[in-house]
Design a protein. Structure first.
Lengths: 115, 116
């Protein structure tokens, strides 16, 4: 099915470990973004990309790295995991363009626990 | 900067009651987009509606209706005759632009519990 695919769905890391959360979309969307969801905080933007080779920081970028080498993929890297990064992570892509089709498609989320 | 406030954190109703979820937003732009998402216990984000700032027409979809009022910067969501399956967290969100430069800002969400 077309959409946004996130892997893995669950992950447990030890403090200091690194890992990459994968995100891929097959809708040819230019815009992709990463959010984290914490209890009582809603979803907060970590990093986003407006196209291949272009990324920028969102509201809570510290401790995370991103790159966008292709339109389809937008991985999120945790360089040295900390317990404060325990969260649910959502990747999203946006159609942009005309008002009629403007919207966001979200992946199913990655639940990350850092111990 | 854009901001979305969902002042209600938790709402509990009995099945068949009507319930309104409030959303107040702040933006300096004259063109913006408002969204509602549902997050059931399974965790995925389900898109419910998008509204453009230049279209203040209220919308009804089955048991769901939305009241958009620019004068009060509100975009409230009403569920009529609630059902247990409506139990979820509901997020209101705002985007100041459409297209590649857009950023989606979420409220903190409202947890709705519908009791049988």
């Amino acid at each position: 099915n077309a959409g946004v695919t996130q892997t893995p769905k669950f992950q447990v890391l030890k403090t200091g470990q690194s890992m990459t959360l994968q995100c891929a979309q097959d809708m040819n969307h230019e815009y992709m973004s990463w959010y984290r969801q914490d209890p009582g905080m809603g979803l907060r933007l970590i990093h986003y990309s407006v196209g291949a080779g272009i990324t920028d920081q969102g509201e809570v970028p510290n401790g995370y790295n991103v790159s966008r080498s292709t339109t389809e993929d937008f991985p999120l890297r945790l360089l040295s995991a900390a317990p404060s990064q325990t969260s649910v992570y959502f990747c999203a892509s946006s159609s942009g363009g005309a008002h009629g089709d403007y919207g966001y498609t979200f992946g199913s989320g990655t639940r990350l626990t850092v111990v | 900067a854009q901001k979305v406030t969902q002042a209600q954190t938790e709402i509990s109703v009995v099945e068949k009651e009507d319930v309104t979820l409030d959303c107040v937003y702040e933006t300096r732009d004259t063109t913006y987009y408002l969204f509602w998402y549902k997050q059931p216990p399974s965790g995925e984000l389900v898109f419910l509606i998008r509204r453009n700032s230049f279209d203040e027409q209220n919308e009804i979809s089955g048991r769901y209706s939305w009241n958009f009022q620019k004068s009060t910067s509100s975009f409230n969501f009403t569920i009529t005759a609630s059902q247990v399956v409506d139990s979820a967290v509901y997020f209101c969100a705002l985007s100041e632009e459409a297209g590649a430069n857009s950023k989606l800002t979420f409220g903190k969400g409202i947890t709705l519990s519908v009791r049988p």
